[in-house]
Design a protein around this ligand. Sequence first.
Ligand code: HEC
Ligand code: HEC
Length: 206
Amino acid sequence: MHRLPPVSSMPYRRILTGVSMALAFLLPASLHAADAREIARTVCAACHGVDGNSSEPANPKLAGMDQEYLMRQLKAFAEGKRRDDTMSAIIASLDSGDFAKLATYYGSQKPTPGTVRDPQLAAKGLALFEDGNTDSGVPACAGCHQSDGQGNARFPRLAGQHQAYVLKQLADYKSGRRATDPLMTTVGKRLSIDEARALAEYIAGL
Ligand code: HEC
Ligand code: HEC
């Protein structure tokens, strides 16, 4: 039976080295030369939508979010303070000089509204969002993210965000998988899963 030579043998090595060199040459160079819109269209749009309004509930809407916030998150993925296999791999292929351009691009896009599916659950979320839970020490979200969920330069916009994405972030703060902010880690730890569900439902309708 014919057997393939081991990968370490010369011809294979030469081919592999050639391929990775071509990639190393082509990928960062072409991304670097492109403007933010072009990167957004070719690299990010499949998951976040061309204008940053993703239709897939697991992928966050980026449109209209504060630029500083978006930049911090891209850096957090690059530094491993925030972990997501997909995002980390994508960020690794970008030039960090492009982070600011991408953040500006998405920050200036118009956000689309979200959809509330369970108004009763959203009503429970409203109470928590405005007043928190004094028994468990959950602070009022509105105190930082604003009553309309629009946020500001310090606190990110939440309004209209997908339920599934918000729920995952609250769980990630709680578990420590997302270690970007000690305040939100505390908030995550104090929230029950039912409270988090109610909040995510309410936030979608803001
Ligand atoms: C294959 C899907 C996919 C692609 C392509 C992708 N992302 Fe993401 N992105 C995600 C997911 C999923 C998350 C949420 C990760 C998590 O749960 O922490 C995310 C999170 C983010 C966040 C954090 C948002 C927030 O509200 O904190 C930013 C910023 C971001 N992506 C920017 C980009 C940019 C810029 C590109 C293109 C260069 C890109 N993404 C490409 C799937 C993707
Ligand atoms: C003391 C201020 C403060 C309070 C109170 C607060 N947050 Fe936050 N929140 C922040 C900050 C700051 C960030 C950004 C942290 C980071 O960089 O990860 C954030 C991030 C988030 C995110 C991630 C957004 C994204 O796009 O990934 C969610 C979701 C969130 N907060 C929900 C809530 C909810 C729900 C409450 C109320 C139970 C709440 N927050 C209360 C300050 C606050």
